[in-house]
Design a protein around this ligand. Structure first.
Ligand code: NDP
Length: 483
């Protein structure tokens, strides 16, 4: 497969190169091989992308919602038709197994394009009668939106930000993570093939400094970041200086609570989905697994058994169910946490090692007897490391589950209906699960509370974050004034 893109950037409806920018090697995480090279955007490229987005915005917003929506839905169809090749590329970009990428990446991007494409024609203001007078509201786009992505879901993030932004009549400049620069270019290509006018969706590559240049530019009206909490704080502060709108989808250290009346097989499935999908590189993962004492050993035994069935290997092989870490650096960060877990006295139940093969493979790792103060129970690891903590009763576990600066997601496994809903209501988290984990349908709002972010992606809620309401007061009679 051709992994070298036609050029580094996609601006004004075409591929654009500027080799004066710092080279960024694209590394296939399964082998460590260089499979492409792009260049970080120079100031001239950043300027060109923002001008293209600004220039295209008024005409794009002037189209009817039906017309904009048709283009987005056509893009969704193209994305689905090309799911195989997009999934293969996503696997090269991230190392995630094709078994996952073929059902979770371009498919999820297509869902967002279809959903917001369908919604574009339904966006309206309202009419408020005030006696004879009345007010009407106009739902207007924000203008130029900047999207900045993390490396774990490059196609999905580019689509989740682009689809609602474009549906509302905004244009976008998207900067992927330097670690995974390939997939967002395909999203831009497909949108333009589907009929999006030149400049409506642009992609520029770059390191954090390119992201920073975009965030601080006066031509930008909104910034949507998916990334870590420290980056979120910086980007939010920079955007606030010019009062820009923001959406922050940041990290987490989410709790998953397994009560002793839970179906063990389902709870183990939830723990696997919430810790080892994408080799654990998922922001909403339930990495603090609180297991009630009565079922702890049975849970651990079944979990170890099921993890033994993971097929670790060539991620392009559809039989492979567990792939490498995205980069050598991320692998080393996770290895550091595994060592810390052992140093601080957690019990290693399984895994813990790097695999003796090329690429950045770590074994799925489970620690038990983890206590609340341990580093692996407090910090986001962003790798295949699960911490299992014991608990006695509901009151105790709820306080401990919420005792974190993060608030992205949370899950509960129990057969007791009343308890399930009580626990969900008590979670300090934006996205909660009952007897499941990590489902993220486009129809449901997704996002965090506390340090995990502001704003919501997906669903009708995203419209509020990509549009603004203008009130127009209409007086029907004469106007009185005091003098
Ligand atoms: P980072 O926060 O390091 O980077 C995110 C993006 O921001 C990258 O494109 C990065 O560029 C860019 N960036 C870095 N510094 C700046 C800056 N000062 N101004 C503007 N942009 C900047 O996250 P990672 O890419 O390492 O992704 C992992 C993190 O993302 C995890 O902590 C995870 O929890 C979080 N995440 C959250 C999700 C959510 O929906 N809540 C989903 C996925 C991940 P560069 O490529 O140069 O680093």
């Amino acid at each position: 497969m051709q992994t070298q893109p036609a050029a580094s950037h996609f601006i004004g409806g075409e591929y654009v190169e500027d080799t004066a920018g710092t080279p960024i090697d694209v590394i296939y995480p399964a082998t460590g091989e260089v499979i492409g090279r792009v260049h970080s955007a120079t100031p001239a490229i950043v300027d060109r992308a923002l001008e293209a987005a600004r220039g295209a915005q008024a005409a794009w917003a002037a189209m009817t919602g039906t017309e904009r929506g048709r283009i987005l839905r056509r893009a969704a169809d193209i994305m689905r038709e090309r799911n195989h090749e997009l999934s293969v590329l996503e696997t090269y970009d991230t190392g995630k197994p094709y078994q996952e990428t073929s059902v979770a990446d371009a498919t999820s991007g297509a869902d967002a394009l279809e959903y917001f494409g369908g919604m574009a024609a339904t966006l309206t203001g309202e009419h408020i009668q005030l006696g004879e007078d009345w007010v009407y509201t106009r739902r207007e786009p924000l203008g130029v939106c900047v999207g900045i992505g993390a490396w774990n879901y490059p196609t999905q993030i580019a689509s989740w930000k682009g689809a609602p932004a474009l549906a509302c009549g905004n244009t976008m400049v998207f900067k992927p993570s330097e670690t995974t620069p390939l997939c967002a270019l395909k999203v831009a290509e497909i949108l333009h093939e589907a009929g999006a006018p030149a400049g409506v969706y642009n992609v520029v590559q770059g390191l954090g400094d390119v992201g920073a240049a975009l965030v601080t530019d006066a031509r930008v009206d909104k910034v949507s970041l998916t990334g870590s909490v420290p980056t979120g704080r910086k980007v939010y502060a920079a955007a606030a200086a010019e009062m820009k709108h923001v959406t922050m989808e940041l990290g987490g250290k989410s709790p998953m609570i397994v009560f002793d009346d839970a179906d063990i097989e389902n709870a183990v499935s939830g723990a696997i989905l919430g810790n080892f999908y994408s080799s654990g590189q998922v922001c909403s993962n339930g990495t603090r697994v609180f297991v009630q004492k009565g079922i702890k050993e049975a849970f651990l035994a079944r979990l170890s058994e099921r993890l033994g069935q993971a097929v670790i290997g060539d991620p392009q092989d559809p039989a492979t169910s567990f792939g490498p870490m995205v980069s050598e650096r991320q692998m080393e960060i996770v290895q550091g946490y595994i060592a810390k877990g052992q140093d601080e006295g957690a019990r290693l139940v399984c895994g813990g090692n790097r695999l003796q093969r090329d690429g950045f493979f770590l074994e799925p790792t489970v620690f038990a007897d983890v206590t609340d103060g341990m580093t692996i129970a407090r910090e986001e690891i962003f790798g295949p490391v699960m911490a299992v903590l014991d608990f006695e009763d509901e009151g105790d576990v709820m306080a401990r589950a919420n005792d974190t600066e993060f608030g992205l997601a949370a899950g509960v496994f129990t057969r007791d209906l009343a308890r399930a809903h009580r626990v969900a209501a008590g979670f300090e988290a934006g996205t909660c699960y009952i007897n499941t984990y990590n489902d993220a349908p486009v129809e449901a709002p997704f996002g965090g509370v506390k340090a995990s972010g502001v704003g919501r992606e997906n669903s009708k809620a995203a419209i509020e974050h990509y549009s603004q309401v203008k009130s127009v007061y209409v007086r029907m009679g004469d106007l009185e004034a005091p003098f």
